[in-house]
Design a binder for this molecule. Structure first.
Ligand SMILES: *[C@@H]1O[C@H](CO)[C@@H](O)[C@H](O)[C@H]1NC(C)=O
Ligand SMILES: *[C@@H]1O[C@H](CO)[C@@H](O)[C@H](O)[C@H]1NC(C)=O
Ligand SMILES: *[C@@H]1O[C@H](CO)[C@@H](O)[C@H](O)[C@H]1NC(C)=O
Ligand SMILES: [Cu+2]
Length: 725
């Protein structure tokens, strides 16, 4: 639901909220009661000033409701004891990692830069065997460090304070670019007189110049053997949205380790810097006096969902989320952003918790821009492995990014020097009632009328990877469905152009995108987000079944009908049989089933992957970016579980050649029938920019679903009570 508040009301409540958040959100403690399996409808009502709603009854809209939240302890990271084998590393543990690495012989003479410190998950069998109250499997840390051209992959045992495995990789690919690397890369050009001249020649003051560090992709031997960053710059004069004011054609190749400029390409001298007018998006950059009117639209009053009895979910021991019939473990991760583990749903018949998914996360992104020119060809980002979705996820904005009564979870990550830092409010968890219907019927004959509201639980993060923002939601429904949604917003990556108006474009001329403002082209590009889904439907041993719809034709005289549809089930035996390209005229359902677990009437228990609106990559399969982004060659893949195969673009992606991708693994064609299997699904977007995307894009979303199929004996939300006032 869009939240467009009238200015005065909004600011007032935001003020209260800032105060309230400071005091309370960090100390939010989940209600200790266990969430009821059934919906207590009095908890869901709309807080809205339209006359036909709750306003008169509760009159809640004058009070900052956050004050009503239960108040308990502030999280104390120093003394945190682990409650679950998959809990992320704490500040204390990251400090311990730093201490172990500092006395590790290969790092004694010079200490590496630390690119990633995260939980080295216990073996799956250990996690599955663990139950609450039992000792945790040994705590381990997984570290990627970089020193003098070499990537070090380490596993550390935190109980014995030892490095238990150490591997040096010096072939294709480097670790994630650290924040420190990006800062250095963006500064290096300023010590180069040629660069400074190029900038000032364009009429941009050095003090107004903002430079960003761009991953170079991989385009052959020339750039191999050193870690490079492509730096491009913008004018921030007169706007906070410098991305709309590119210094076009100026690309500086920087050797990040030597901190040297390798090459300056300056091809856009004749291209003006687009003006600053109308580029800003900050609320206080507009004239918001009531007389002017912000939007000249009918104002929308402050809108929110209220839960007078508080939320119905709880977050136990910091990471175990329990809501309605769901239970799962949730943790922040520097690379994936957000990891859902051990997702289980309660069986309505037996009351038992049943496994659905062992682990789910955004594994990799691929964002190729469609402009082969010198300043643009390399823009083919693989964001999770080049920048880190978690490292790029900043604090969410209460009431705007997440609604009232959201629970906020902090990320604890390591900086390049190995020291821990806290990324506060990085993930939020909230219940959503968006006015949707769970199920309904009116029977015209016996006048039976039944209807149920749909309430869901959402976990959300938003990564700001440079200009773009990716909102990632995992939404859980009471009927067992999980919806995974990606929202795109933030700034287009734009190209400066001499063009002011489309009437200057000759009919045969091609631009690399849409003219979105004077001198600004929004360049055509794609976004792909590949999800890792380790499905464990009623246990790890599953099969992948393609349920194909085929047209059958009747024999002459058999029926008045000529044709009808039938389903044909095909169990994929090996990986290649599960490389799926979606086809509108050859449709299939994609089931993950447990062949050993049958329903009362004999159907195998399953979950299906339900593709949403999605786009496929149309690049040449041998184009260097597509080789690196080969995990998007199919929309669905299935691999046998292998704890070393989690990152679809490979472990070391930066400048990687694409020799460690999901496509490479899948070509081994391993057996996947009646195994522990992992499903990979790619959500894709073709983005043809339009003027509405300027100066900042309204959110565009797409989603896919994991939906129970013969998993429950019948509709699992039959007994949800109706809502009554
Ligand atoms: C499972 O846990 C029990 C105790 O909780 C332990 O005795 C047993 O060895 C464990 N099994 C495996 C396979 O780890
Ligand atoms: C524009 O694109 C068309 C079709 O791809 C091509 O034939 C034509 O040569 C292009 N024009 C220019 C000026 O590049
Ligand atoms: C597990 O993955 C790694 C990395 O791709 C690979 O080297 C290894 O052979 C895989 N193991 C199996 C059993 O497929
Ligand atoms: Cu886009």
């Amino acid at each position: 639901m869009d939240h467009v508040a009238s200015p005065s009301r909004c600011c007032l409540s935001l003020f209260f909220l800032v105060v309230a958040i400071t005091l309370l959100v960090r100390s939010w403690h989940p209600p200790s009661k266990t969430a009821s399996s059934f919906l207590d409808c009095s908890q869901y009502s709309l807080w809205c000033t339209s006359k036909n709603l709750i306003q008169a009854k509760s009159n809640l809209h004058d009070k900052p409701l956050l004050i009503k939240q239960p108040q308990v302890v502030l999280p104390d990271y120093s003394s945190k004891t682990h409650q679950h084998p998959l809990d992320p590393l704490t500040i204390q543990e990251i400090n311990q990692v730093l201490a172990i690495l500092s006395s590790f012989p290969p790092f004694l003479s010079s200490f590496p830069s630390i690119n990633s410190v995260s939980l080295d998950e216990p073996e799956k069998s250990q996690v599955l065997n663990w139950t609450i109250g039992h000792p945790l499997p040994p705590r381990k840390a997984f570290v990627i460090a970089y020193l003098e051209g070499q990537s070090h992959i380490l596993s550390l045992d935190l109980a014995s304070n030892k490095v238990t495995s150490h591997e040096i990789k010096s072939n294709s690919g480097y670790p994630i670019l650290s924040k420190e690397d990006m800062t250095v890369a963006a500064q290096v050009p300023f010590s180069n007189p040629g660069f400074n001249r190029a900038v000032t020649d364009r009429g941009v003051a050095l003090s107004d110049t903002v430079c960003v560090a761009l991953a170079p992709g991989w385009y052959g031997r020339e750039e191999e053997g050193r870690r490079i960053v492509k730096v491009q710059c913008f004018s921030s004069q007169g706007t906070s949205n410098y991305y709309m004011r590119p210094i076009e054609g100026l690309t500086i190749t920087v050797d990040i380790d030597k901190k040297q400029v390798v090459r300056i390409s300056n091809t856009g001298r004749e291209i003006p810097i687009p003006h600053a007018t109308n580029t800003d998006y900050k609320y206080d950059s507009f004239n918001n006096s009531p007389k002017e009117g912000l939007l000249n639209m009918r104002p929308i009053n402050l809108i929110s969902m209220v839960q007078p009895k508080g939320p119905s979910f709880s977050v136990e021991d910091g990471h175990v989320v329990k809501w309605a019939n769901w239970e799962f473990h949730l943790r922040p991760d520097p690379r994936a952003g957000m990891i859902i583990s051990r997702a289980m749903v309660r069986d309505i018949e037996s009351g038992a918790m049943r496994s659905v998914m062992y682990k789910g996360m955004a594994s990799e992104l691929f964002v190729p821009y469609m402009d082969p020119s010198v300043g643009w060809y390399f823009k083919t980002y693989i964001d999770a492995g080049e920048y880190g979705m978690g490292l790029s996820a900043f604090s969410l904005v209460p009431l705007n990014d997440c609604p009232r009564n959201a629970y906020y979870m902090d990320g604890v990550f390591a900086a390049a020097d190995g020291r821990p830092f806290v990324r506060s409010n990085m993930i939020c968890v909230f219940e959503r009632y968006a006015g949707e219907i769970g199920w309904r019927h009116y029977d015209v004959n016996n006048k039976v009328r039944e209807s149920r509201p749909k309430v869901t639980l959402v976990t959300r993060m938003a990564a700001s990877v440079g200009n773009y923002d990716y909102i990632i939601d995992w939404e859980f429904q009471m009927d067992g469905l999980i919806r995974i949604k990606v929202g795109l917003t933030g700034m287009l990556m734009v190209k400066g152009t001499p063009l002011q108006n489309m009437n200057q474009v000759l009919p045969h001329e091609n631009t690399s995108g849409t003219l979105v403002s004077e001198n600004v082209i929004g360049v055509l590009h794609d976004h792909f987000v590949t999800f890792y889904l380790d499905m464990d439907v009623d246990g790890p041993v599953n099969s992948f079944v393609k349920v194909n719809l085929v047209k059958e034709e009747t024999s002459p005289g058999e029926s008045p009908r000529k044709s009808y549809l039938r389903t044909k089930r095909h169990v994929a035996r090996s990986e290649r049989e599960a490389q799926i390209k979606l086809k509108l005229y050859d449709p299939s359902e994609f089931h993950v089933v447990n062949p050993e677990k049958k329903s009362r009437v004999g159907n195998p228990s399953g979950y299906k992957v339900v593709p949403g609106a999605t786009a496929a990559s149309l690049l040449d399969i041998n184009d260097p970016p597509q080789v690196r982004g080969a995990f998007t060659n199919n929309q669905i893949w299935v691999t046998p579980y292998n704890r070393s195969e989690e990152w679809a673009g490979g472990l070391l992606v930066y400048q990687g050649k694409g020799d460690d991708t999901l496509a490479v693994w899948s070509e081994r064609d391993r057996a996947i029938e009646k195994r522990d299997i992992v499903v990979w699904y790619t959500l894709g977007f073709h983005h043809i920019p339009c003027q509405e995307d300027f100066p900042i894009m309204p959110t565009v979303s797409a989603s896919f679903e994991l939906k129970p199929v013969n998993f429950f004996e019948r509709n699992p939300i039959l007994r949800v009570p109706p809502c009554q006032e």
